[in-house]
Unconditional design. Structure first.
Ligand SMILES: [Mn+2]
Length: 329
């Protein structure tokens, strides 16, 4: 084997003059070759320090309908291979502005949910203790709960910007309180989030009772429904988000089912009539004023996907979030 056919993986990375290690150079190793990391970035073990970590949490034992989000991280990583160094819409080069790494997967028990929550919280805490901002690739929405526990230990109560078709503030399923439909009930009741700085975006579809929305509002959430987007437009949505969440650390949680199932079919609980990709991008790109300390993209279920479209959406949303974080450096 010569060096021409087997390039040193680290030598193949682009890097800046001040030592930031970026993506594998596609002119040296084509995009379909080599080990698959998010956006062809270095592993966290390949660099001395890092500012932001993309980490998989392949846990889906909290779902109430379709399973399969355990394959989300590998699906999103595969779909991320085309991501490029410069984002003209945000005018930022995220992989040069700061050190971004792929931190691999946090392993949680597939059979013991309480143990899995402890393991996920521990894995997230290790990365936060290293000083990193987090982008979590789920996994089902249950994983937001232990990640918020880890963030709370560092930042105290954080603002929560929640993109989802569903409220995810219900009390229990089959008597279980820790599920993918309950993470933000747990987070509000346990003080993990700032109850004055909470917003849902993209709500739609049926509910269990006439009181669900009022119960959710009692927890402190501002609710922006898809029908509101029709009325006030994406600019109006951004204004409402910034008005509610500016002024402190924010966690952004994106359930991929906020997008219409026509463009994101690979998910656990699809809901008709969701956001388009362009609406989602317009809203995210308006959030440059927020101090985003962590984020997740959850509920990507590749077994239900077609032509990788859902994973492609998730990879691009993770990229936009990284760009927002990078522009705050
Ligand atoms: Mn959800």
């Amino acid at each position: 084997m010569t060096t021409e056919t087997m390039p040193d993986p680290l030598a193949a990375h682009l890097r800046t003059s001040d030592g930031v290690v970026g993506q594998v150079d596609p002119q040296t190793v084509p995009r379909w070759a080599g080990l698959t990391t998010f956006a062809r970035l270095p592993r966290h073990t390949d660099v001395e320090r890092f500012d932001a970590a993309v980490v998989g949490v392949p846990f889906d034992a909290g779902v109430t309908y379709r399973s399969g989000a355990r394959f989300g991280p590998q699906g999103i990583r595969t779909a991320s291979q085309l991501l490029k160094p410069y984002n003209p819409a945000q005018d930022v080069m995220p992989f040069e502005a700061f050190q971004v790494v792929d931190a691999g997967d946090i392993i949680g028990s597939p059979f013991d949910i309480a143990e899995a929550m402890r393991q996920i919280r521990g894995g997230a805490s290790e990365l936060l203790d290293a000083g990193a901002k987090l982008i979590v690739l789920g996994g089902d929405h249950t994983v937001a709960y232990p990640v918020l526990q880890a963030l709370h230990a560092v930042h105290g109560p954080v603002g929560l910007l929640h993109f989802d078709a569903h409220l995810d503030t219900w009390g229990s399923y089959f008597g279980a309180q820790v599920t993918h439909g309950t993470p933000f009930r747990l987070a509000t009741e346990q003080g993990l989030v700032d109850n004055n700085r909470l917003a849902h975006v993209g709500l739609r579809g049926g509910l269990y009772s006439r009181t669900d929305l009022a119960d959710d509002a009692d927890l402190g959430f501002t609710a922006i429904h898809c029908s509101d987007i029709d009325r006030i437009g994406t600019e109006g949505v951004v204004d409402r988000i910034l008005g509610r969440l500016a002024g402190g650390p924010v966690y952004v949680s994106i359930d991929i089912d906020v997008l219409d199932p026509g463009i994101a079919p690979g998910t656990g609980t699809p809901e008709f009539g969701g956001l388009t990709g362009r609406e989602m991008l317009r809203i995210l790109r308006g959030l440059g004023g927020l101090n985003i300390v962590g984020a997740d993209i959850v509920e990507v279920a590749p077994p239900y996907d077609h032509a990788e479209v859902t994973s492609l959406a998730a990879a691009n949303l993770a990229y936009e979030l990284l760009c927002l974080m990078a522009s705050q450096q």
